[in-house]
Ligand binder design. Sequence first.
Ligand code: ADP
Length: 531
Amino acid sequence: MLESVIAEFRQALGEQHTLTDGTSLERYRWCTIPIERNIAGVLRPASVEEIVQVLQIANAHQLRLYPISTGNNWGYGSAQPVQHDNIILDLSRMNRILEVNTDLAYAVVEPGVTQRTLYEHLQEHRIPLSLNPTGAGPNCSILGNTLERGFGIGPNGDHFLAQCGMEVVLATGEILRTGFGHYAGAKATYVYKWGVGPYLDGLFTQSNYGIVTKMGVWLMPIPEHFEACYLICNSEEQLGPLIDGMRQLLFSGVFQGPINLMHRNRLLLMRQRYPWEEMSGRTPLQESVAARLAIQKNIGTWNGVGAICGSKTQVRAAKQRIRQMFRGKVDRVSFLSDTKLQLLQRYPNIFGLLLKMNIPDMLKMLQASYGVLKGIPTEVALSLAYWRNRRTPLPASEVNPARDKCGLMWFSPVIPMTSEHVFAFRRIIEPIFTKYGFESCITFTAVNQRCLDCTLPILYDRDAASEVQKAQECHLELLRTCKQHGYIPYRLGLQSMEQETTRDDVFWSVVQKIKLALDPKGILAPGRYAG
Ligand code: ADP
């Protein structure tokens, strides 16, 4: 960047919020995908007015800006822009919770509001509402994840469905308010998603059309009673009936939010590192070793978890219905409530003897999944990124897989929720993982009654050049092959943005036309979901 332009940014934002030196930019390059972009600088505005000033300067000098909220986006590209030489617009200083409405169960947040900030705010003010965290950890932005159309596993699982009302600064510096928000004094901006006229909010998710500076998010009133339901199958044959039973229970409203169904490997690698010694350095993990480790840790072949809540009577009826549905079809159906959890914590030795289990170890996992379902953000799912990392001990505070040079790339296709599709899909992906020497570690999340969002991590050792290359090839082959079979990812990583958004498809050419209309100079996040 020219010194004169830097001086203009400094004038607008102050010296300490205009970063150009190598050391300050370092953390914006941390990434679990083996890609490094040249970053021209980082700007840290604190308000909409400062963003508008930044845009005036960017327009005058034809500069490219890449907005991020907290910039974690683990396994999809972290804070890195899609193209070289962008200036990162880090919005994490805009971190106010502008409103919480207890009766109508919503909050209005700025980009820098993290899962932790909102959770702590609700706790501190004893507000009887809960959020729906993702597994990405307490330090991730609520708004950032919603813009990527991420999901959690508690009620209101699909984050974009729970979004209502946005404020967006366009590349021209104009300020757009969606839904009813553009009418002075509108009363229903945060309670009615659609407004009047064309629905625009979706345009600002998975796109590069604007800088989102404010968003309404729906929260969950704390129910009278809550329990987590755990479903365990010890054989592959049970997966079909489990999937079909889950779908029926979701359609009949027995579960209030998504059900998360995890393969044994997925739970295993959240609880330990790759056993390099035992495997004499070979990959992937041998089936017999995986099976033995899973038995030691009481992990089933398939492990489901979902929330049931309501009045005590409703929860009792839901439990009965779940038991009926899965009788003789799965190996274990169990329920965890606050009271049961307290008992386990208080008498670990008695329960350990009775259940022949390592209770403290089991509690760690139970508390984490139970907590996430109840709206408590945790770092527990993030530990999977360290599976093949040979050098870094898990940090005592603030897990950051990108800083710790973990190798993680997500591949997240969506499949219809029937056992036929699940089996067809597994027949495609599992040989690809084996071919490249990686474990397939599936989680299926039933984000609605009809589909499963499948999150598949490719976990590799970033220090081993051959593994890095295999991981990239594996990702590419998964994407190509699944596309050929009609299973398309719901979200793209940095490495796939441009190759997947080709102009010879009418869909992507319309996306381009909208971009030209809203951002004719191509200032915002070039290449992001737009070719
Ligand atoms: P998180 O840290 O919660 O994972 P990020 O801040 O990394 O979320 O956001 C994910 C992606 O969404 C970013 O790479 C960026 O492209 C886009 N994004 C995030 N925040 C904004 C925003 N306020 N306006 C426009 N795009 C954004």
